[in-house]
Design a protein around this ligand. Structure first.
Ligand SMILES: C[S@@+](CC[C@H](N)C(=O)[O-])C[C@H]1O[C@@H](n2cnc3c(N)ncnc32)[C@H](O)[C@@H]1O
Length: 271
């Protein structure tokens, strides 16, 4: 059952107790990439993450929350930003989050993606590009580490996992709202890397020099390859230099997000 509650001093609140409410179904559908692509919306959970979103100018379109004084201030901020408030039962929160012990609040946000044409390399000393990243945890961790190291943005090349999927968003721990995400087709990205005004560094296992021996200067663009096959041959050629993180004999490779994290910190220290 859905009810509306309002008074003169507070925002209009919609109360939803039933998991079969059609709006619950619509919000829940945002776990699917197809629904996110069709609506341009995505989910982010947790009072802290939603507060971060508001700090970065992302007001949720809807905020579903459990009645609790601890989220009152957050609800007021979200409502002031235009959010529809949905006061829901624990069962509804769990249904929406698809998790037992759901967080106290879940926001529905509008996606923001940027084009390479709008990227100014000189607006930040450090950038990260990922070719064909497939694993949502890897992508989320890369975005989070790019945020921590002050990178200007993360560039997603070609077909990748969805930066607005719930697993990726969870792994970013709020950084999805802080770090601009750019998307590019492979050919566009190759031309972009070839024309990069600063230092472009591909990370690769073969034909590369030790990352500690390379010279970096701002703006530096770090380019990582896919989890399965690594950097494409065309991207290897496009990068100004190739570096590797030395490993003990017999180790196949590092996890993508670990390699990206080491590189982000190493380059930042050397700029
Ligand atoms: C899991 S690795 C890919 C392994 C793949 N089998 C290959 O041959 O490249 C994913 C990405 O992480 C980065 N990476 C992993 N280990 C690395 C290392 N030791 N040195 C440099 N980059 C590394 C590279 O960008 C690589 O494309």
């Amino acid at each position: 059952m859905t009810e509306f509650r309002s008074n003169n001093s507070g925002p209009r609140v919609r109360e939803i107790a039933s998991v079969t409410n059609p709006l619950v179904k619509e919000i829940r559908a945002l776990h699917m990439r197809k629904a996110r692509a069709e609506t341009g919306l995505f989910l982010a959970e947790g009072a802290r993450t939603i507060a971060q979103a508001l700090d970065y100018g992302f007001a949720p379109e809807m905020l579903a929350y459990r009645s609790d004084p601890a989220v009152a201030a957050l609800c007021a901020r979200a409502a002031a930003g235009g959010a529809q408030l949905l006061e829901v039962s624990d069962a509804v929160l769990e249904k929406i989050s698809q998790r037992d012990n759901a967080q106290s609040a879940i926001g529905v946000f509008r996606q923001r993606l940027h084009r390479l044409a709008d990227l100014d390399p000189n607006s930040a000393p450090l950038w990260l590009a990922l070719e064909g990243v497939r694993d949502p945890g890897n992508l989320g961790t890369c975005i989070r580490t790019a945020d921590a190291t002050g990178a200007g943005g993360v560039i997603l090349i070609g077909s990748t996992c969805d930066p607005f999927g719930i697993e990726t968003v969870r792994a970013t721990m709020g950084s999805i709202f802080a770090v601009p995400i750019y998307t590019a087709e492979p050919d566009e990205a190759l031309a972009f890397v070839r024309g990069w005004s600063g230092v472009s560094v591909g990370t690769a296992l073969q034909g590369a020099i030790d990352y500690r021996e390379a010279v970096y200067a701002p703006p530096t663009l770090i380019v990582n390859g896919t989890e399965q096959s690594g950097l494409s041959d065309a991207m290897r050629d496009a990068c100004g230099k190739l570096v590797k993180l030395p490993m003990r004999d017999g180790v196949e490779s590092l996890n993508l997000s670990v390699a990206a994290g080491v590189m982000l910190y190493a380059v930042r220290e050397r700029l």
